[in-house]
Design a protein. Structure first.
Length: 356
């Protein structure tokens, strides 16, 4: 009886069913996990609001990159592997706590002690992911894939830990090396992942939910800009309405125009490459969305007769353009992928049944 209870608490990691017709929806726990990371993104964005400059933007982009990559790594694992036992729940709790630690160390400059703590916390996030992949190594058909992920992310994590004990500028070089290994690992494991691709509906749905929550943060910046005005003026009111309209436009472009959250099946090397482009294109999309939201808040908060400084205007314009360009890239790879699948289905021979 005790052994049976223990087996229920600790279960082996399994692959999700490979049947393409198997529907899988985002769970409440996954949505809660996403909200924790978006809260961390919001904390990273607060210093950008106070320092809307090139230096503030560089710092924001770097810290946001690490938060997004940590979230993406966990999401990619959970959409491939089915694990909901006690150890997995504990590891998810640890990742959520580390996300909070990262956010708490996201207030100072990149050469500060807290930024070193941010990198060390990120290393802890990657080590948890390494443990998850090591647990999945017992699955024979994914052993090579999980080994490459565990080794690549493990080496990067060790470099991140070492960077926490070094001062700038050596710290920056170690960050660059660790990031290069982090980003190269999925590409090096590409051909081993085609026979166990991420779930065609679940993975894009997770990205769609993350996008909609970030759009909510964009609208929250509009609200903060409105709240900063003591007396309403026509420029402030029209800017606030324009900011809200821009958020609605982005939502339409992502979900309806670009098909960003539509299903993505990966069966060929070309589809895998488009999947990577689609995945990485979300980084500039999210970065542009966050920086543009802060810019809209600054625009709304301007007193009558005031203007954005030249540097602020450039950042706002560039971030808005980057958001739209990223949406265009996502749309191109999504539409092309749909067209290839349609042509492939049309080219299949019609089965001949007895009696026809």
């Amino acid at each position: 009886m005790d052994n049976l209870y223990l087996r229920r608490l600790i279960q082996p990691t399994r692959l999700w069913p490979a049947d393409p017709h198997t529907s899988r929806r985002v769970t409440w726990s996954e949505l809660f996990f996403d909200l924790i990371f978006v809260a961390a993104v919001s904390e990273v964005g607060k210093p950008l609001s106070a320092d809307y400059s090139a230096a503030g933007l560089l710092r924001y982009c770097f810290l946001f990159l690490l938060i997004w990559w940590a979230w993406s790594g966990h999401t990619l694992f959970t959409t491939r592997f089915q694990s909901d036992d006690l150890p997995q729940k504990f590891l998810t709790l640890v990742q959520s706590f580390i996300a909070a630690v990262m956010a708490a160390n996201a207030r100072d400059a990149l050469d500060s002690r807290s930024s070193a703590g941010f990198g060390a916390a990120y290393a802890g996030m990657r080590l948890v992911l390494v443990i998850q992949y090591l647990r999945a190594r017992r699955i024979p058909e994914t052993r090579t894939l999980t080994t490459r992920f565990a080794v690549g992310f493990g080496i990067a994590a060790l470099i991140w830990i070492g960077s926490a004990f070094t001062a700038a500028p050596l710290r920056y070089w170690l960050w660059a090396l660790a990031l290069s290994i982090d980003f190269a690992t999925p590409w090096l494991a590409e051909r081993h992942g085609m026979h166990v691709p991420p779930h065609a509906e679940h993975f894009p749905e997770r990205y769609g939910l993350f996008t909609i929550i970030l759009l909510g943060e964009f609208i929250a910046e509009v609200m903060r800009g409105i709240g900063s005005q003591e007396y309403w003026s026509f420029p402030a009111a029209s800017t606030a309405f324009g900011g809200m309209a821009f958020a609605f436009l982005l939502r339409w472009l992502y979900f309806d125009g670009a098909g960003g959250a539509s299903e993505r099946r990966v069966h060929t090397p070309d589809e895998m490459r488009r999947f990577h482009v689609w995945n990485y294109a979300h980084l500039p999309l999210f970065l542009g969305l966050g920086a543009a939201g802060v810019g809209v808040k600054h625009l709304i908060a301007l007193k009558e007769g005031q203007h954005l400084h030249r540097e602020e205007a450039i950042i706002f314009t560039a971030s808005s353009a980057l958001t739209l360009l990223s949406l265009a890239v996502i749309g191109v790879v999504s539409k092309r992928g749909s067209r290839v699948r349609e042509e492939s289905s049309l080219s299949r021979p019609v089965p001949h049944y007895a009696g026809q």
